[in-house]
Structures are given as structure tokens and as C-alpha cells.
Ligand binder design. Structure first.
Ligand SMILES: [Zn+2]
Length: 269
């Protein structure tokens, strides 16, 4: 289902389509503005129609920049022309990268916080240990939380917040478990603090989080190899247990929900 278009959208779409017509693009182009954090432009061309998705910031791009976008997505270009278009686009993204971040933060809203004290592990302790060991003199202000959701793949996350609010490190709640060794949590914490120290970089229009310098610094964690090895072998087991518990919990809840009251009493006896 399509969302209703605002007059602001209509103006922006019309402007892009006008430029497209001037470039000789005769097929209809469906335009979508996004708040994607890493992909600034993407497109799809299917015979007689095309979709162009670009970050919301492009609403205010110059005609030259929008021409560059349309040409590099939909026209065959010489190497030289492609490089020129790329330069115009990347220049625009570089100039506006702070605006892009702010727009994304406004759009996605603040991250959820449920607290740093777990049943088994205390994230505050882990954090202070890592700060003492690796960043003793650095001024860092971060908030910590266990994640609200349990994830199979994301063990930790560094969440950038709006100005005036501390950025947040969120650690997968699945890891608040006796079987998770302290050094693995310290590794995760080190990795996420490193995102605060070495924030994402804009490379060819993409925000890169794990750029070469970041990866180099990550190796300074003394038990890096061990941590990666533990992650490789132990996470799937934790996840399997979590899934099993979750499903048996659901079955119990479902049988309680759908039994008529007298049966529920019978079951309780
Ligand atoms: Zn990372």
C-alpha cells in the first residue's frame, strides 16, 4: 500500500522527474525518500518502469547533484562522466553528513533502555573494567543497557543519539547468562566503545563502521582471538536454548489462554 503523498513530497518528486525528462529518460520513475543509515542511493530498473530510492537529504540537493544521481543510475556513462557524477554526489554527501545523521536520529527516535544490571552480569562493571584497561585517560560518556530484544546475530550495538544525549551501548540480553565468560563481554564492550572513539566514516556515500583503522585497533584487545573463537562456537548453543525456552513458554501461555475456565481449574489440580 502506498502512503499518501504530502505536497512537499509531490514537489520533490516533480522536480526529480523534470530533471529526468530533460535527460531524456522516458520511463516513469517511482521515487522513495529514505532514512537509511548506510545506503544513500539505490535503484531498480524493470523494463518500462524504475524505482529510485535516495536519502531524504536529496530533497534539497542542487540540480547538478540530482542530474548526477539520475545519470549514474539510469544512463550508460563513460568512465569520465561516471567519475564526474560520483564526485558531485559524494561532495554533496560529505557536506551534509552531519545533517544526514541528525535526520536519521530524529526519524528513528531514541533507543530503548532497560538498564545495565543483569541477572548474572553487570554491564557497568564490564564497562569500567574496559575503560580502565584500554581508555584510561579518554573522556567518554556512554549509557549502557541490556537489549530489549534478543538477537541471533547482533551481540552488541553502539547507538548514536541526538545531540545532548549520551550515546548508548546495547548488549544482547541473551548474553546475561552464566555460560558467557567475562572476557567475551569485555571484548564486546571494547568493540562498542571503539565505535565511540572512532565514529563511522563516510566512504563513497556509505557510512562505514568497521574501516581498516577500526579493525586494526580492535586487534589490540588482548584476548581478541579467544573472544572470536568463543563467539563462533558458543552463540548458536545459547540461541538454541533461548528459542526452546521461548517456544515452550508460548505453548504454556497459549494453552492457558484458550482453555475454558473449568478446564483451567482442572489443569491446575
Ligand atoms: Zn561494530
Amino acid at each position: 500500500m502506498k502512503r499518501a503523498q504530502s505536497s512537499r513530497d509531490r514537489r520533490a518528486f516533480e522536480r526529480v522527474r523534470r530533471i529526468a525528462r530533460r535527460l531524456g529518460l522516458r520511463f516513469p520513475i517511482d521515487i522513495v525518500f529514505t532514512f537509511n543509515r548506510s545506503t544513500m542511493i539505490s535503484y531498480r530498473r524493470r523494463r518500462e518502469a524504475a524505482t529510485l530510492r535516495m536519502h531524504d537529504v536529496f530533497r534539497d540537493a542542487s540540480t547538478e547533484v540530482l542530474e548526477g544521481v539520475l545519470r549514474s543510475c539510469f544512463l550508460p556513462l563513460s568512465r569520465r562522466a561516471a567519475a564526474q557524477c560520483g564526485e558531485a554526489i559524494h561532495g554533496f554527501l560529505h557536506e551534509n553528513h552531519r545533517r544526514i545523521e541528525m535526520a536519521n536520529l530524529r526519524h528513528h527516535g531514541p533507543a530503548k533502555v532497560i538498564g545495565s544490571a543483569g541477572a548474572v552480569h553487570d554491564l557497568d562493571e564490564v564497562y569500567h573494567q574496559v575503560r580502565r584497561d584500554y581508555f584510561p585517560r579518554k573522556l567518554i560518556r556512554l549509557d549502557l543497557t541490556w537489549s530489549t530484544r534478543v538477537s541471533r546475530h547482533t551481540m552488541g550495538q553502539w547507538c548514536e543519539q541526538a545531540p545532548g544525549i549520551n550515546n548508548l551501548i546495547s548488549i544482547n540480553r541473551m548474553l546475561d547468562d552464566r555460560r558467557v565468560p567475562r572476557f567475551y563481554l569485555e571484548y564486546l564492550m571494547y568493540h562498542e566503545i571503539l565505535h565511540e572513539v572512532l565514529p563511522p566514516r563516510l566512504v563513497n556515500g556509505r557510512r562505514i563502521r568497521h574501516f581498516p583503522e577500526f579493525k586494526q585497533r580492535e586487534l589490540e584487545f588482548v584476548r581478541f582471538d579467544e573472544a572470536i573463537e568463543w563467539e563462533r562456537t558458543a552463540i548458536s548453543k545459547l540461541w538454541a536454548d533461548w528459542e526452546r525456552r521461548r517456544w515452550s513458554g508460548r505453548r504454556r501461555a497459549a494453552s492457558g489462554l484458550y482453555l475454558p475456565p473449568e478446564d483451567r481449574r482442572a489443569q491446575a489440580q
